[in-house]
Write a protein that binds this ligand. Structure first.
Ligand code: PMV
Length: 362
């Protein structure tokens, strides 16, 4: 597939005067991290993620054909029941970016109602779930205009559009494991959109748990957009991109044979490499907080003492994602309550697990 596949044919909007559609789209957590990109939102290395289930965005898009097309995007955003003009610049930029692929955008006025299942300002990035939910709604409108489009095109293009809003959003359409970015051993992989991981996955990864410890709910000092930019000219960038490719190669047999010790080593190395890139860029910065390190130390002791297969990963923030097999749910939950919850702001954490991807709400 190339970008040209996604340029919509000139569609007649006559048949659709108004309507609405709703999608629920999940967040995801990367095992091999995307950090660094080139224009237009092309990743400098491939990534793979678990799609989550309980952390999601629900978006309803109301659309009405304008009496007369003009040169502006007309939309209103209602976030959790209240108008949210603060979201306008990001959505305006997104519409501008996807206009070549959805030429009808200026022919409609939109009302976008959106809400997250996770608390606002929990430090959980809502861009992946939010952008993918909006992209799916826009694809539902495109399908209204052109009912001939296939389900596979629908999903691929939704991921393609979501990627243009936020890179990691491309991995939130399907589940439970999604690859985004070209990798030599994954033939179907693409820099343009996420694809469902195409190889065998061991039973132990079914319903894999992700408990998100909310260490710092504040706004990050450095956005991921800036962080990606700092990989340009980074002294370790080439080695990092090679490492991510190698890690993905190594994960293929691990995902098949269920070797959790090998899984843990790659996942934790990925998290620490991501943060090492931040700590060694110019300017350098650090998103881990003292409690992030406390939690990591305790996970390592717990693993040593119990033989548990609990491990951690990090996003571009201070929160810690605890990954563990379903069979350990009870014991790890007890450990979290006893030893980790007090490192979270207001003892707050979110229990999640892998899911199957976005779904349309009727
Ligand atoms: O999609 P963005 O631009 O918010 O970048 C996300 C980057 C990480 O979450 C740190 C890694 C990843 O692959 O999700």
């Amino acid at each position: 597939m190339t970008e040209t596949q996604f340029v919509a044919r000139a569609l007649s909007t006559d048949r659709v005067a108004e309507g609405k559609c709703s999608w629920q789209s999940p967040s995801n957590i990367a095992l091999v991290k995307y950090w660094g990109k080139t224009e237009p939102q092309i990743p400098t290395n491939p990534s793979i993620s678990f799609t989550l289930k309980n952390c999601f965005t629900k978006t309803t898009l109301h659309y009405r054909r304008k009496a007369k097309t003009d040169e502006t995007f007309n939309f209103e955003v209602i976030f959790e029941g209240h108008p949210k003009p603060g979201f306008h610049p990001k959505i305006e930029a997104f519409f501008e970016r996807i206009l070549p692929y959805q030429g009808f955008l200026k022919e409609f006025e939109f009302k976008i109602h959106t809400e997250n299942s996770f608390p606002h300002s929990s430090g959980i990035a809502s861009s992946a779930s939010g952008m993918s939910a909006l992209a799916l709604c826009l694809m539902s409108l495109e399908k209204e205009l052109d009912p001939s489009i296939s389900d596979s095109y629908f999903k691929e293009k939704a991921s393609f559009l979501a990627r243009l809003g936020s890179g990691s959003a491309s991995r939130s359409i399907e589940g439970p494991l999604v690859v985004w970015g070209e990798h030599k051993e994954i033939e179907s992989s693409s820099d343009l959109y996420g694809v469902t991981y195409p190889f065998d996955v061991h039973e132990v990864f079914k319903g894999y748990q992700d408990t998100i410890l909310l260490v710092d709910k504040g706004v990050k000092q450095v956005s991921s957009t800036v962080g990606h930019g700092l990989m340009k000219g980074h002294p370790f960038s080439e080695a990092r991109f090679r490492q991510a490719n190698d890690h993905l190669s190594q994960l293929i047999p691990i995902l098949k044979n269920g070797n959790l010790d090998a899984f843990i080593e790659i996942v934790e190395k990925e998290a620490l490499s991501l943060h090492a890139m931040m700590m060694t860029s110019s300017p350098y910065f650090m998103l881990m907080r003292p409690n992030t390190l406390e939690i990591i130390e305790r996970i390592w002791s717990y693993r040593r003492e119990t033989g548990s297969k609990l491990c951690f990963t990090l996003d571009a923030g201070a929160n810690v994602h605890l990954l563990y097999p379903k069979r350990e749910k009870e014991s790890v939950e007890a450990f979290i309550e006893k030893d980790l919850a007090h490192f979270c702001q207001n003892n707050h954490y979110i229990s999640d697990h892998t899911g199957e991807g976005a779904k349309e709400l009727m």
